[in-house]
Design a protein around this ligand. Structure first.
Ligand code: PEP
Length: 256
């Protein structure tokens, strides 16, 4: 049984003071949620403060990016042991990083291996562009991303990953995939490939979030889909009201 997992990606938003205000509000608002894993992913500058503010709570902390080397002359980068001091999760291969910062399936794979070596849980983002979607290339493209991300990973390592299926055209646009089409893509482009690469147990063990304009009013329809195990939320993770609304509506949908 996969435990649902909803994570907020704060992207390049929030000063430390603003991040703390949001973290404190979420801690209070979500204190009663026990049936779901929750995490927030602040900017690197706010990680320390937010991880202290959420210590001992039911909300985990993730970073948004890191390099794969242990340390060294890599100006501006953050190493896995540095992330590990402050976070449990690490977002890897977000489409914005692939688009603006040159991340490839190879760098994503290197980061996944580094994260696992340091006991971090990777949240690995995959998903097709609008052009690929319209050309009917979604399944083949997402399958190729899965092959790239999992290259060289054992089944037991593979099971430690969380995947976020995020159609790029749905990120920050207000557009969403239909729950049915997102579920079908996750089944055919992700779980079927994982079953072929590993085995059924591995394919069914890995949690897959949906991402792309998730809001309080549409979370329920995604979370009830059999292959969708939660969400990676961008814009609607930036206020207490919206992010806790998403989580409470997910809990209610699964209970009802
Ligand atoms: C994201 O950036 O991962 C995301 C899904 O953003 P949004 O919820 O704003 O579409």
């Amino acid at each position: 049984m996969r435990k649902p997992f909803i994570a907020g990606n704060w992207k390049m938003h929030k000063t430390v003071a603003e991040a703390l205000e949001l973290a404190d509000g979420l801690r209070e608002s979500l204190a009663d949620v026990a049936t779901m894993d929750i995490a927030v992913c602040p900017t690197a500058t706010a990680l320390h403060a937010v991880s202290e503010a959420l210590a001992g709570s039911n909300i985990g902390v993730g970073a948004q990016n890191m390099y794969w080397e242990e340390q060294g002359a890599y100006t501006g980068e953050i190493a896995p042991p540095m992330v590990k001091e402050l976070a449990q999760y690490i977002i890897i291969g977000h489409s914005e990083r692939r688009e603006y910062f040159g991340e490839t399936d190879e760098t994503v794979n290197a980061k996944i291996k580094a994260a696992l070596a340091h006991g971090l849980t990777p949240i690995v983002c995959i998903g097709e562009s609008l052009e690929q979607n319209e050309a009917g290339e979604t399944v083949s493209f997402v399958r190729s991303q899965i092959h790239g991300a999992f290259a060289g990973l054992s089944a037991s390592d593979a099971q430690k990953l969380v995947l976020a299926y995020e159609p790029i055209w749905a990120i920050g646009t207000g557009l969403t995939a239909t729950p049915e089409s997102a579920n079908a893509t996750i089944r055919t482009a992700i779980r079927d490939v994982l079953k072929a690469l590993y085995d059924e147990e591995t394919a069914e063990a890995i949690r897959v979030q949906y991402g792309g304009s998730v809001k309080p009013n549409n979370m329920a329809e995604f979370i009830v889909m059999p292959d969708i195990d939660g969400a990676l939320v961008g814009g609607a993770s930036l206020t207490v009201e919206a992010f806790s609304g998403i989580i409470k509506n997910a809990v209610a949908a699964l209970n009802g």
